[in-house]
Design a protein around this ligand. Structure first.
Ligand code: PLP
Length: 354
């Protein structure tokens, strides 16, 4: 607490990221990072961009990267926005679209940055409970609102909402922006980008942090109608004209250009997920259906916090959320096959000793 802080700062409840411990030999399955390194082409492009040009500001519009993304998703460059991580893109979206009289709606269990941004930007919100199977029920979002946001697949549940349900939601909310946060869509979802040309109120946000193994580079993007993108640019250019540095732009372009590597690593994660889910079911865990690079699990008769602590003593960390309805769940990121096997073996011991 400081007398020098702005009044708002006293009331903020900042997001708590999953820990990044400095322990050697750790099996880190707590922050949904990709277990595989970025494409070699990405590393080469970043190395090549390490040159004297770093004295110059980057292109404020990241035009070259936006053109590559536009081609990749078959939209116009004016429909693409990029930023320094999808967290930053989301923050700009909250400012650009969700400061409305009516409350912003999002699921009771979803990415916990959403309420944090509401605190920062003084946005009024209402949470809408997921159904009993922890799925988004779109019918519950037909009520006065100043915007709708959810992650698809949702986090931390991992469950996917069908594109047809998203389209229904858009049709029933033509006057508000519907933002779909697709941080995990490449691990088994179908992107709502397919709908942006039909729904001017749809904005899709993605990140290179998960499926493109670039959490350390900080690149996120948004795709929607050109007018939504123009709104975002107004906010961005009132905040930071150069969100993406030269190295990030070079690496991100190379990531979109190496499709075979992207497909191969996503498929490897999906295959490991299938195996891990089946192994954990054998050990008595309920595993929610996942279309993401993590699984959300609970054990029939063992406490989640207890399991997490016991895993930790064995050098494996997973994520637990102290939140109503999900206190008995653990979110486990998909690692390499060796990491998943080590996790299964540790859990088998823990369950057997119980
Ligand atoms: C990881 C994650 C993000 C943030 O991604 P960055 O681009 O690394 O900031 C956004 N939304 C959800 C749902 C996520 O899980």
């Amino acid at each position: 607490m400081s007398q020098y802080w702005s009044k708002l700062v006293h009331n903020l409840s900042p997001y708590t990221p999953g820990e990044q411990p400095k322990i050697a030999q750790l099996i880190k399955l707590n922050t949904n990072e990709n277990p595989y390194p970025p494409s070699p082409a990405v590393l080469a492009a970043i190395r090549e961009a390490c040159n004297g040009d770093l004295r110059l500001y980057p292109d404020p519009g990241s035009d070259q990267l936006r053109a590559v993304i536009a081609r990749y998703y078959a939209v116009a460059p004016e429909q693409v926005f990029v930023g320094n991580s999808s967290d930053e893109v989301l923050a700009l979206c909250f400012q650009a679209f969700f400061k409305q009289t009516q409350p912003l709606l999002f699921p009771d269990i979803t990415y916990s940055f959403y309420p944090t941004y509401c605190g920062l930007y003084e946005i009024n919100f209402q949470t809408v409970p997921l159904d009993a199977q922890f799925r988004v029920a779109v019918e519950d979002y037909v009520r006065p609102n100043g915007g709708i946001i959810f992650a698809n697949p949702n986090a931390p549940t991992g469950q996917l909402l069908a594109l047809e349900r998203i389209e229904w939601l858009l049709q029933h909310n033509p006057d508000s922006v519907v933002l779909v946060d697709e941080a995990y869509v490449d691990f088994g979802g179908e992107s709502a980008i397919a709908l942006v040309n039909r729904y001017p109120n749809l904005l899709v946000v993605q990140t290179l942090s998960k499926s493109r193994s670039l959490a350390g580079l900080r690149v996120g993007l948004a795709i929607g109608h050109a007018e939504l993108i123009e709104g975002l640019n107004r906010v961005k250019n009132s905040f930071n004209c150069y969100p993406l540095d030269r190295l990030a732009v070079a690496g991100a372009i190379a990531a979109f250009e190496d499709q075979p590597y992207f497909v191969q690593t996503c498929q490897a994660v999906i295959a490991s997920r299938t195996q891990l889910a089946s192994d954990l079911q054998t050990l008595g865990f309920e595993v929610l259906p996942s279309a993401s690079n993590f699984i959300f699990v609970r054990h029939a008769n063992m406490d989640a916090v207890d399991i997490a602590q016991q895993l930790r003593t064995r050098g494996i960390i997973v994520r637990h959320f102290k939140q109503a309805r999900i206190t008995q769940f653990l979110r486990i990121s998909i690692g390499t096959d060796a990491e998943c096997a080590a996790l299964s073996a540790a859990l088998a011991q823990i369950v057997a000793a119980h």
